[in-house]
Design a protein around this ligand. Structure first.
Ligand code: ATP
Length: 349
């Protein structure tokens, strides 16, 4: 495949064992497998579902795959998902056809979207502040390398076993199947992406710039703080109409007294989703706020992670995670975690 000209040698099926299905998205299917030589688990995102021959993978997807691979050299950052290389082979699950895909770091904690769903609300405050900070760190790194994400949303922020965040899909997201119409034009409707798109992006002549990601970050902060999906009942065409008119998710339910630094984070969120792109702060500026507010809760992070693991231990998705109390954790529930538990919308099954 001439398009995939990256120097990394493709990973073939013979190098991988113990395949398990993880889930599907707009781009294809994701599997988990153990790399025989490396001895650890990796995630493999396949381009299509294995129906037909591999030449049937749409050109825009192959292009995106090549783009993602070429970003590998530019991005090596703790807060951006690591891509190990390309996959080419016949996977034991998912059909008999030759398939192409991308081999990535496996993230045992799932996505922020899944976490909010499984907790039926936001995580404890220390984790909220850490997620806000780690996403800003990853985005600042991407922007400093002249890369934009363009699909920053809770399902594209993945979590490791300790719920540390890494950005995913910054190459693939721009052309995921559902975001392309039959003419391969961007429609913006990629699994809720409209809701994270800035007002100016709904104009026909729009060329994406960094301010796009800054807006998405504002909406993402709202989702993490409230544990909710923005505009849950609204049809995408209504969202596309109202965002340019200035509609934003509601902030009146957020009680600033719940946690130290929350007011500053909410102020940052509102600046990020400003109607005027030039007023949105850079990620470097966001970091000044997120670092400061996270520092107020840093000591309680182990307790907060443990609390989340305990709440989620009955969910199959998290059963492989270690729910033992970290040695550095004092068994009392941290004050700032308790306060978030008392919010109405935190109902954990
Ligand atoms: P979209 O098409 O809008 O991006 P999505 O992000 O859910 O949707 P995928 O990125 O294809 O779609 O992910 C499908 C599933 O696989 C999701 O549940 C996601 O959390 C999971 N997943 C994706 N990448 C990894 C990874 N590297 N490690 C662990 N799980 C992953």
């Amino acid at each position: 495949m001439a398009m995939l000209s990256h120097t990394t040698e493709p990973v073939g099926s013979e190098s991988l064992e113990k395949w398990e299905s993880v889930g599907s998205g707009g781009f294809g299917h994701v599997y988990k497998a153990r790399h025989r030589d490396w001895g650890f688990d990796v995630a493999i995102k396949l381009l299509h579902d294995g129906v037909g021959f591999y030449s049937s993978a749409p050109i825009h997807k192959e292009k995106a795959l090549a783009e993602e691979a070429s970003h590998m050299d530019k991005v090596s950052c703790e807060f951006v998902l690591r891509v190990y290389g390309l996959y080419e082979g016949i996977p034991p699950l998912g059909g008999l056809a030759m398939q192409k895909g991308i081999v990535m770091e496996f993230m045992g904690g799932g996505s922020v979207q899944a976490l909010l769903q499984d907790l039926s609300g936001p995580p404890p405050w220390p984790l909220v502040f850490r997620l806000a900070h780690q996403v800003a760190l990853g985005m600042n790194f991407l922007h400093s390398r002249n890369l934009m994400h363009h699909d920053l949303k809770p399902s594209n922020v993945l979590l490791n076993d300790e719920f540390n965040a890494k950005l995913a899909d910054f190459g693939l997201s721009r052309v995921s199947t559902s975001a392309l119409n039959s003419n391969n034009e961007m429609t913006g409707e990629a699994g809720g992406t409209y809701k994270y798109m800035p007002p100016e992006a709904f104009e026909a002549s729009y060329e994406p710039v960094r301010a796009f990601d800054r807006y998405s970050y504002g909406i993402l902060l709202w989702s993490i703080v409230t544990g909710k999906e923005p505009y849950p009942m609204a049809h995408s065409s209504l969202v596309a109409l109202r965002i340019p008119e200035g509609d934003r998710p509601p902030c009146k339910e957020i009680n600033h007294r719940e946690a130290e630094g929350l007011e500053e984070l909410v102020d940052l969120m509102k600046l990020c989703w400003d109607q005027n792109p030039s007023k949105r702060p850079t990620f470097k500026e966001c970091l000044e706020v997120t670092e400061k507010v996270f520092s107020k809760h840093k000591k309680e992070i182990h307790g907060a992670v443990h609390l989340v693991l305990t709440r989620l231990e009955s969910h199959t998705r998290y059963q492989h995670l270690n729910t033992r109390v970290p040695f550095s954790f004092s068994p009392e529930t941290p004050e700032s975690s308790k306060s978030h538990e008392t919010m109405d919308h935190v109902r954990v099954t």
